[in-house]
Write a protein that binds this ligand. Structure first.
Ligand SMILES: O=P(O)(O)O[C@H]1O[C@H](CO)[C@@H](O)[C@H]1O
Ligand SMILES: O=c1cc[nH]c(=O)[nH]1
Length: 243
């Protein structure tokens, strides 16, 4: 029985289907939608719970902020037998028509992070698994909400001196939003033969203050929490439905 060093889990505890999120507290909110939820481990940024959704065993694990810890979680969960992963994350919009609490279904990610670069040259794409994406699209198109599908940019820092110019650059190229882990998960996941999808909740309007937006999310603003709940349901339906 090998216990993985960071997530502190064994293969006996981990399901094939996993929901990933950055924030440890979000693990509890995701597990609240599972039957028979139970805490598995809580070490550093890696909090994990398990349960079932519509009869399908699901593990939920937080990855912390940024590519390095996301890759650690992904690799250790893979070594425990996980195969299908959906990231339920938050993002800042890079387009003005994306409202707070609206979701971005990620087709692929710009690899502007350092973690994925440690695993593959930059010419290698970061793409979502089409089965998981189709399942998420089926779910979202059945809901009375607006959502967006396309590219996001994964980065390593909000606090660059040229942050505004960087956002404008990717905005002009039609990228929908920014997060910090999706590109690394999709790159490393693809190399390892895993299925990776991502659905991101917009917590910052394009051009608005990132720190204020993230603070509203931390303070459980209503629209942002509704977006999160929808993203969680979307991920769980896709994981329980997808081959
Ligand atoms: O809300 P999570 O899933 O952590 O995602 C986003 O929020 C964090 C930054 O505030 C980064 O991890 C970014 O990717
Ligand atoms: O603007 C934002 C908000 C959340 N996460 C990001 O990476 N960027």
């Amino acid at each position: 029985m090998t216990v993985q060093p960071h997530i502190c889990l064994t293969p006996e505890q981990v399901s094939e289907r996993v929901v990933l999120c950055g924030e440890p507290a979000r693990v509890d909110r995701i597990a609240a939608l599972l039957d028979n939820p139970r805490l598995l481990a809580d070490n550093r940024e890696f909090r994990s719970m398990s349960g079932t959704f519509q009869g399908v065993p699901v593990t939920v694990c937080s990855t912390g902020i940024g590519a390095p810890s996301a890759i650690i979680a992904l690799e250790e969960l893979r070594l425990c037998g996980a195969t299908h992963f959906v990231r339920v994350g938050s993002a800042g919009a890079l387009q003005p028509d994306i409202e707070l609490g609206e979701l971005i279904l990620v087709e692929g990610a710009v690899r502007d992070d350092g973690g994925s670069a440690a695993h593959a040259p930059m010419a290698y794409p970061a793409l979502a698994n089409r089965h998981l994406s189709n399942a998420m699209e089926n779910f979202l198109s059945s809901q009375p909400v607006r959502y967006h599908s396309g590219l996001v940019r994964s980065h390593d820092s909000f606090y660059r001196d040229d942050e505004m110019q960087v956002c404008e650059y990717w905005h002009k190229l039609g990228v929908l939003g920014a997060d910090m882990e999706t590109a690394a998960l999709m790159t490393v996941g693809r190399i390892r033969g895993l299925r990776i999808g991502a659905v991101l909740n917009n917590v910052v309007r394009y051009g608005n203050d990132v720190q204020a937006g993230i603070s509203d999310y931390v303070n459980a603003d209503d629209a942002l929490m509704q977006g999160e709940q929808l993203a969680i349901r979307c991920a769980l339906y896709a994981l329980s439905d997808c081959q």
